[in-house]
Design a protein around this ligand. Structure first.
Ligand SMILES: [Ca+2]
Length: 340
């Protein structure tokens, strides 16, 4: 975790911000316990305006989520894609991860024959220094602008990585809380002590903002999405020869198998075959089909501490949390969309 500490000179300002945030939290939290708030967290049934915030290059699953959304124009009007920061064996710094995500997003959109001009925005070059301090970026500014545009229904804000860009927008303009519904994949089920997964542990302050701000939130824990594990032969059968994007996404996973296979004995197929979880498609599946693909329940919003542990729940603020998903149904729908 790369958390920067505040200098003493910045603390008074942060204290004021924190106090202001608490006042807002109280108001939003009460509003979110209303029947109207519960219906805002119901799966959408009409065509929606949506934007995607993705660490597109960190693995090989975000690309599937982007393709799933672009190939669902009857239900999803994709308004923007933001590059999220990440740091792993593919990027030495959060900034490098964000840059690589940006270029990967443009590459995938080209494969989809979908215009990227004016659609893709660079995000945060670092994680949040603390839960009260945003990191300014073109993505955060664009999200604020997009949130305030007139439209019927909310803007669905789908987060597939560390929540740095999304939390920054919420901190820079808390009024967007009432104009969006956030769908974020990361962390673990609320009954676990440690909430850590890749998305949450990179930017714990950003995740704290998501759960504390009162923003309508649909939370998909990593442990639930983990059921989307799949083998290369299954992907090959579903994708190979079906379309340009289907071939490209299959090839991407094939290359990832070579790139990440530390144990050379793990076979490509058959008994004990290598598997990959295509985590991020769970978010799009919930938006497209709700309970039929991803079952969920309304619960009291969990409290996340600075160590990334769940430490209780807020009685006056609800979130929707995914509990199960229908793996085979989701892949069937995905493969059909990618074959068109
Ligand atoms: Ca991701």
């Amino acid at each position: 975790m790369q958390i920067l500490h505040n200098s003493p000179s910045r603390r008074p300002r942060l204290h004021r911000l924190a106090k202001a945030g608490l006042i807002l939290l109280g108001w939003s939290g009460l509003a979110l316990n209303s029947p109207a708030a519960a219906s805002a967290l119901a799966p959408p049934t009409e065509r929606i305006a949506m934007m995607l915030d993705a660490d597109m290059f960190n693995e090989v699953d975000d690309q599937f989520a982007l393709a799933f959304a672009v190939r669902s124009p009857e239900r999803i009007d994709l308004k923007a894609v933001y590059a999220a920061p990440f740091k792993n064996h593919r990027a030495r710094t959060a900034e490098e991860g964000m840059e690589k995500s940006y270029h990967e997003t443009v590459r995938v959109l080209k494969l989809l024959n979908h215009p990227s001009d004016g659609l893709v925005f660079r995000g945060s070059r670092s994680y949040l220094p603390d839960r009260n301090t945003p990191v300014d970026s073109p993505a955060a500014r664009h999200l604020i602008k997009l949130s305030h545009e007139e439209r019927e229904g909310p803007l669905y804000v789908v987060g597939l990585g560390a929540a740095s860009n999304l939390a920054s927008a919420l901190l820079m303009d808390p009024s967007i809380t009432n104009r969006i519904v956030m769908v974020w994949i990361g962390g673990q089920p609320h009954g676990w002590r440690r909430a850590h997964d890749f998305n949450l542990e990179q930017d714990i302050p950003a995740a704290q903002v998501l759960f504390d701000s009162g923003v309508p939130l649909v939370h998909i824990p990593a442990n639930v999405a983990a059921r989307l594990s799949i083998t290369l032969p299954e992907l090959e059968k579903g994708l190979k020869g079906k379309s340009i994007i289907a071939d490209a996404l299959y090839q991407n996973v094939e290359e990832y198998y070579v790139e990440t296979r530390k144990n050379r004995d793990v076979p490509r197929s058959g008994r004990g075959a290598w598997t990959k979880v295509i985590w991020d498609i769970a978010t799009i599946a919930w938006l497209l089909e709700g309970d039929a693909s991803v079952t969920s329940e309304l619960v009291a919003a969990p409290v996340l501490n600075d160590a990334g542990e769940w430490t209780g729940a807020k009685r006056n603020h609800q979130v929707r949390v995914a509990t199960q998903l229908s793996r085979d149904r989701i892949y069937k729908g995905l493969f059909e969309k990618l074959s068109e």
